[in-house]
Unconditional design. Structure first.
Length: 272
């Protein structure tokens, strides 16, 4: 048996998502890290920037570890890389160890040679009356960089992507959103006190995500079984934000065997 099995939903126009099932999160993360490595190198040869959309949470942690390893041990340079993170709590200072700004430097940026001016993470300290223009400017920066070449996503247990909670519009762009109680509770594991989980966040929109040239969603473990099942095993609905990725032309769900347990094998064609 190979480490990777590809499940491709029988072609309907509605569900174009590719599902790649790996034995473990490490194998799935290594696969995506190599994909990013090739993209960065291809762009380097063409003298172009490589624009990555990045996520926080536990799902991409092993991917970031692998990218750091590729930098330190194989000399992979991130000098031509521009990044845009999906989201940040609001309000929260950047120095707060529970902020996504802190997380990204701690888990990735402090360990690679990316230019600091190429890093973009929503700012959780913007004054409330400046949030809307700030969000418009964030969208414009993505466009000015040439759009996102590869968007990495995790997903919440309610299938939220970024902080686009169930019910978010397909046409949504970067904006301030309220967090669901379920999300605040799930994310409280990262905080020292559940009461400190902010009630709002700045997130890129579903539309912003769908405009990426390529999307890779990572989901590991039993706690993602339901979200995976609803996102790729059932019809797309705005109540299940990650299911809206089904319509994207170049989107893969990179999952492990545990997260794949809810998928109906009859509906999916297995490929080696
Ligand atoms: C947060 C982030 C999402 C992330 C989700 C899943 O809510 N805003 O972008 O996908 O957490 O987190 P984890 O990867 O820890 O399961």
């Amino acid at each position: 048996m190979t480490n990777q099995q590809t499940h491709k939903r029988e072609a309907t126009q509605q569900n174009l998502a590719k599902i790649k099932v790996f034995k473990s999160p490490i194998e799935g993360s290594d696969f995506v890290a190599k994909q990013i490595e090739s993209l960065i190198k291809r762009k380097q040869k063409q003298n172009e920037s490589c624009v990555l959309g990045l996520a926080t949470g536990l799902s991409p942690v092993l991917l970031y570890k692998k990218l750091i390893e590729l930098h330190k041990q194989k000399g992979l340079s991130f000098e031509n890389v521009i990044t845009f993170n999906l989201d940040e709590y609001y309000p929260i200072p950047k120095e707060n160890p529970f902020s996504y700004n802190y997380f990204m430097y701690d888990q990735l940026f402090d360990h690679i040679d990316i230019k600091r001016e190429n890093i973009h993470i929503p700012d959780g300290t913007i004054a409330l009356d400046e949030v809307n223009p700030y969000c418009d400017a964030y969208e414009n920066k993505i466009k000015a960089a040439g759009g996102i070449d590869l968007q990495i996503l995790g997903m919440g247990s309610n299938a939220h992507i970024g902080f686009n909670e169930p019910g978010s519009s397909r046409t949504s762009n970067t904006r301030l959103v309220q967090l669901e109680e379920e999300t605040r509770q799930a994310n409280s594991i990262h905080f020292d006190d559940p009461k400190k989980v902010p009630k709002a966040a700045i997130t890129v929109g579903i539309n912003t995500i769908l405009q990426a040239k390529e999307i890779v969603l990572l989901a590991w473990g039993k706690r993602k079984i339901e979200a995976v099942k609803k996102s790729v095993g059932e019809a797309a609905s705005i109540q299940v934000p990650a299911s809206l990725l089904q319509n994207h032309q170049n989107c893969s769900f990179i999952i492990d065997e545990e997260a794949a347990q809810g998928l109906n094998k009859k509906t999916f064609q297995k490929k080696d």
